[in-house]
Write a protein that binds this ligand. Structure first.
Ligand SMILES: NC(=O)CC[C@H](N)C(=O)O
Length: 226
C-alpha cells in the first residue's frame, strides 16, 4: 500500500493547489491526481477538494459522485483508509453515499463567503483526534451547504463541527446557511470518512488569513498523526 495522500481533481475542481500546499505545510506527503488516473492502491488517504466539479450541474457533486473514481474511493473507505471531502468534496461524499445526509441550497439561495467560528463536537475522527482547541475559525464559500438529514438523532451522532459564536454558543443566529442543528461537518461512525463545508486550506497560512488564523493546519496535522 502506498503512503501518500491523493488530492483528486475533477473537471471544475478549484482548490487542489491550496490543499496541496496546506498538506505540505502540515508535513503530509501528497500529490494532485486527475480523477481518471486515480489508482487507489497507491494511496492511504484521499482528499476531495472544493470547487465546482462538472459545473455543479444537476446538484453540486452529483456527477462526480457517479464516476468510476468514486467507486474506488468508496472501496478505500470500506478498507478503513482515510477519505476527506472539503466543500464540493463534502457534496460529492454525500451524493455518493459515503456520508449520510444531504447538502441543500443555502436558505437565502445565495452564495455565502465568510469566516465562521466552529465548535468541535467529535474528537474521534481523522481530523479532530487530539485537537487541542474546542472552537476553531475558518472561511466558508458555497451556495449548497445547508446540511440536512432525515433522522435528527443520526445527524447529532455524526456531527463533527457546528457553526457557533466566538465563545461556542450554538445558536440559529450563528447559522450561516440554515443547516440542521448548525452542522458544518459530519463523519462516518468510524471517523475515517469526513466531510466539511468550511475550507481548512484557506486557514492554513498566516499570510492569507485576516487575523493570522491557522486553525485549518491543526486539522491537517490530525491527518498526519492518523
Ligand atoms: N467552495 C466550493 O467548494 C464551492 C462549493 C459548491 N460548488 C457550492 O457552491 O455550493
Amino acid at each position: 500500500m502506498g503512503t501518500k495522500t491523493a488530492i483528486i481533481k475533477f473537471p471544475g475542481t478549484t482548490c487542489e493547489v491550496d490543499v496541496y500546499k496546506a498538506l505540505l505545510e502540515a508535513s503530509v506527503d501528497a500529490e494532485i491526481v486527475k480523477f481518471k488516473d486515480f489508482d487507489p492502491d497507491k494511496y492511504k488517504a484521499v482528499v476531495l477538494p472544493g470547487g465546482f466539479s462538472f459545473g455543479d450541474y444537476l446538484r453540486a457533486g452529483s456527477i462526480a459522485a457517479s464516476t468510476e473514481t468514486m467507486k474506488k474511493v468508496k472501496q478505500m473507505a470500506d478498507e478503513g483508509k482515510v477519505v476527506i471531502g472539503i466543500c464540493n468534496g463534502f457534496q460529492i461524499l454525500v451524493e455518493s453515499g459515503l456520508l449520510e445526509g444531504a447538502l441543500l441550497p443555502n436558505l437565502n439561495l445565495r452564495f455565502i463567503s465568510k469566516w465562521v467560528y466552529l465548535k468541535v463536537g467529535r474528537k474521534d475522527t481523522v481530523l479532530t483526534k487530539g485537537l487541542e482547541k474546542d472552537i476553531i475559525k475558518m472561511p466558508i464559500a458555497h451556495a449548497e451547504g445547508r446540511y440536512y438529514h432525515t433522522d435528527p438523532e443520526r445527524a447529532k451522532r455524526l456531527a463533527v463541527l457546528y457553526y457557533t459564536s466566538q465563545d461556542g454558543t450554538v445558536d440559529e443566529k450563528y447559522n450561516p446557511n440554515g443547516s440542521l442543528f448548525n452542522i458544518a461537518s459530519v463523519a462516518n461512525e468510524e471517523g475515517n470518512v469526513i466531510g466539511m463545508m468550511p475550507h481548512p486550506e484557506r486557514a492554513s497560512f498566516k499570510l492569507t488569513s485576516p487575523d493570522g488564523a491557522t486553525d485549518g493546519l491543526l486539522l491537517f496535522r490530525g491527518l498526519r498523526k492518523w
